[in-house]
Ligand binder design. Structure first.
Ligand code: DGY
Length: 325
């Protein structure tokens, strides 16, 4: 069986695939145009995909040979899962192994924004260390404050746990389902979306992105947040309306923002939000640790290997396709 891997992943994944007898096709030039990428896809049985290529209805029509897709990501918002399911194509993802690393970035951004780290670092780089000033560049402390989590799954749970232990923060959350483990272990309180917005000192997004959530965090939401609120997005840029966020920051409706994902992504160099001292932006590095990336390589390879043996993918986002088996 042939699998097309559009970008090299950690060796552990490639080795597992080769040991299982899977032929791995990796292009010499990894910066493929859309057409080149598509022509590789047309000639393969399965895809191990790195990045956000869109697997929409058209894709499945154009690539009838593709029988399985293993994503090198936990997020699957770039896949039309319904169309894949319709064609009985399993879609694999990489849950759990990146929850700690991604929540670490949310935690890092929360502190960076609270203490204006990127602004202060820029001052040092610009040669503006400055004199000790009792009133300049003051941050805010997080002790005992309220962390609101939008989407309390695995990553949200890790963020809540760290924040509760490090800063004794109170955890409130809004989710499709109650998270009993978080309620028990962290005394997390389930609240309505409106209450989450109004009560959070830090609001952090950890939900799966769905098209109906596009721009959910917009001007009318920011208006209802606390003036000291810090907005953190490490999930998907589509959740927030970036211009409204900029306006909310400039007009001090909220205090600051930490983004590992932007809207659009990548952010353009002259986006005015990058000029604000209350903002810290990272280039989507949530899972960028050796440990997480190795774990993702292993899970993605395991998904492909299971498929090659005619077995269920162990981490499948559309397990319904197996229900007839
Ligand atoms: C994920 O795994 O979904 C990360 O955001 C990388 O895309």
């Amino acid at each position: 069986m042939k699998v097309f891997l559009n970008k090299r992943i950690p060796e552990i994944g490639i080795k597992l695939l080769e040991e299982a007898g899977v032929e791995v096709i990796i292009p010499e030039n990894e910066n493929l145009s859309k057409e080149e990428w598509l022509s590789y896809c047309k000639n393969t049985d399965a895809i191990l995909n790195v990045g956000v290529h869109s697997f929409d209805k058209d894709f499945f029509e154009q690539c009838p040979n593709v029988k399985a897709i293993a994503l090198y990501s936990v997020g699957f918002d770039h896949v039309d899962v319904k169309a894949a399911t319709h064609k009985s194509i399993p879609i694999g993802n990489t849950p759990d192994v990146l929850s700690k690393a991604t929540s670490d970035v949310a935690f890092l951004l929360m502190q960076s924004v609270a203490r204006r780290a990127s602004y202060n670092y820029q001052k040092v780089k610009d040669g503006n260390w400055g004199d000790f000033d009792p009133l300049h560049a003051l941050g805010q402390e997080l002790y005992g404050k309220t962390l609101g989590i939008f989407g309390l799954g695995r990553i949200g749970f890790e963020m809540a746990k760290k924040s509760s232990k490090a800063f004794d923060m109170n955890i409130i959350y809004h989710n499709r389902h109650r998270n009993e483990e978080a309620e028990k272990e962290l005394d997390a309180k389930y609240v309505s979306f409106e209450e989450l917005i109004e009560r959070s000192d830090v609001l952090s997004i950890h939900a799966n992105f769905k098209p109906e959530n596009k721009d959910l965090f917009n001007g009318s939401v920011f208006k209802n947040m606390k003036p000291n609120a810090i907005f953190i997005n490490t999930a998907r840029g589509g959740f927030h309306h970036q211009n409204d966020l900029y306006e909310a920051l400039v007009s001090r409706e909220i205090w600051g923002a930490g983004l590992d994902v932007t809207n659009p992504e990548p952010i353009v160099k002259d986006d005015p939000i990058l000029e604000l001292s209350s903002v810290c932006v990272l280039p989507h590095i949530g899972s960028a640790t050796v440990e997480a990336r190795n774990g993702m390589a292993k899970l993605a390879a395991e998904n492909i290997i299971a498929f090659s043996k005619g077995e269920r993918m162990p981490h499948c986002v559309n397990p319904d396709i197996y229900s007839g088996n």
